[in-house]
Design a protein around this ligand. Structure first.
Ligand code: PLP
Length: 214
């Protein structure tokens, strides 16, 4: 496997932006190689696999992100094993985290910004009320918003979708006087657009590597 970490980091050219490698593409050995190239934030989609990889890589200083959907009934298995959750989008899940988590968990509220059919993420107009309901939960540290743009080559569509989160950041500041400065936006095909919309965490997978052909 060939990694393009250096090239991607030079494209990003901003030390305050963190690259979270989407690890669904990698086994534990490949993650160990990727770690050596300088990426230390790993984001997994599935909890069983995250726990397994965590065990295999316990000698490395990795920051663990859960970037996939977390079902409330599975939360207790994982909730004290991660550093960041990118997919908080129900009160039920927030209650479960509040009940089970030992210290405050860094959470992104997932917002549905794409016009594509998706069951995940709050609608933008639900976010203010959601924050009001959970803002006093001491086990939830709301650090920002997460969104996924439509899978399209039309940059204007993607840009408009990311802009919805920038507008929401302003609204949250105005209505609740809360600064949510972190934004988990940008994947392989749209991370350069995400940077123009103040992304602070990019979740990157396919752009990071190439499989060597034997
Ligand atoms: C796979 C995945 C990514 C990264 O996808 P690429 O397009 O390969 O960069 C980002 N976020 C989530 C939630 C993912 O599942």
């Amino acid at each position: 496997m060939i990694f393009y970490t250096e090239k991607i980091l030079s494209n990003i050219n901003n030390d305050s932006v963190k690259v979270v490698a989407a690890t669904k593409y990698f086994n534990s050995d490949e993650m160990r190689e990727l770690y050596k190239t300088g990426i230390h934030h790993f984001g997994e989609n599935r909890i069983e696999i995250l726990l397994e990889k965590q065990e295999n890589l316990s000698d490395l200083d990795i920051t663990w992100h859960l970037i996939g959907t977390l079902q409330t009934k599975k939360a207790k298995k994982i909730i004290n094993s991660i550093d960041y959750l990118h997919s908080l989008d129900t009160i039920k899940l927030a209650n479960e985290i509040q009940k089970r988590r030992v210290d405050a968990l860094n959470c992104f509220i997932q917002v549905n910004i794409s016009s594509e059919e998706s069951k995940h993420g709050l609608n933008p107009d639900e976010v203010i009320d959601f924050i009001k309901e959970i803002r006093n939960f001491d086990k939830i540290n709301i650090i920002g918003l997460m969104g996924m743009a439509e899978l399209t080559s039309d940059e204007e569509i993607i840009s408009n979708e990311f802009q919805k989160l920038n507008d929401l950041q302003l609204l949250i500041k105005k209505e609740l006087n809360i600064d949510l400065l972190d934004l988990s936006i940008g994947m392989s095909n749209d991370y350069l657009i995400a940077l123009k919309h103040n992304a602070t965490y990019l979740r990157l997978g396919s752009v990071l590597f190439k499989k060597e052909v034997q």
